[in-house]
Design a protein around this ligand. Structure first.
Ligand code: SAH
Length: 240
């Protein structure tokens, strides 16, 4: 059997540290969380490659560097209440759960949410909740959040997410800029929002609404795209 712990340490050394990431808490979490268990069994041997990998429903688990970069930029200390939009495999959620107080993660494709929840439960994470929910609107009932991470690319900054940030809190989100996707870090400072631009990146799109796909639909493409606007958000929605 392949020694995945060795593969993880190598991933951290060659893909994170070599690229300048030096947050020791993030590096430790990524050296310890078993990334291969978040990808389909047939891809276990590729789990530590420097690339995104398919997880079904046309979605991907982000590449290790992206997870490391986005997590480092949130500057988590250990006590934070965190929202993740785009659970996908649950891997990024597991890293956040290792580094924050508690995490709420929302995913618009219900079978992905179910699978991620099961994986996280089996690994013993008890400070992360996964919901099948459209995260464009954030999660009003659980707000405010000390940090928010969006792992799908938005057409523009969803206003509800900014309004659900605590004062001083960071929001990491990839946003379309012409043909490019740029990773932004927003910080709420009172009524002001400080915007910092990070790197060019590549994410799957942030789409509106909860998908009606079933477990039989594994294959390319999710439901038709939309403009990702948050106009239909209502307070206090029921969660799956
Ligand atoms: N963080 C994930 C990567 C997920 S890819 C991981 O570690 O594996 C992005 C995910 O965002 C996809 O699963 C996609 O279905 C989901 N997504 C896209 N739009 C969404 C929305 N409006 N609300 C919630 N999830 C969304």
């Amino acid at each position: 059997m392949k020694d995945f712990a060795v593969a993880r340490r190598r991933m951290v050394r060659e893909q994170l540290q070599a690229a300048g990431l030096d947050d020791s808490r993030v590096l430790k979490a990524m050296a310890e969380v078993p990334r291969h268990l978040f990808v389909p069994r047939a891809l276990h041997h590729r789990a530590h490659q420097p690339s995104a990998l398919p997880i079904g429903f046309g979605q991907t688990i982000s590449k290790p560097f992206t997870v490391g970069l986005m997590t480092s930029l949130l500057e988590l200390q250990g006590h934070e209440h965190v929202l993740e939009v785009g659970t996908g495999s649950g891997y990024q959620g597991a890293i956040l759960a290792r580094l924050a107080g508690d995490v709420v993660s929302v995913e618009r494709i219900a079978p992905l949410a179910d699978r991620a929840r099961t994986t996280l439960e089996e690994l013993g994470y008890d400070n992360i909740r996964v919901h099948a929910h459209d995260g464009t609107c954030g999660l009003a009932d659980d707000a405010p959040f000390d940090a928010i991470m969006v792992t799908a690319c938005a057409p523009h900054l969803p206003p509800h997410l900014v309004s659900q940030l605590s004062d001083g809190g960071y929001l990491m989100i990839p946003v379309n800029k012409g043909r490019e996707q740029i990773l932004y870090r927003y910080q709420r400072q009172g009524v002001e929002v400080i915007i910092e631009q990070s790197v060019s990146c590549r994410f799957v799109p942030l789409l509106d609404g909860v998908s009606t796909e079933s477990i039989d639909d594994i294959g390319p493409a999710v439901a038709a795209g939309s403009d990702g606007s948050a106009g239909e958000c209502s307070e206090g929605e029921q969660l799956a």
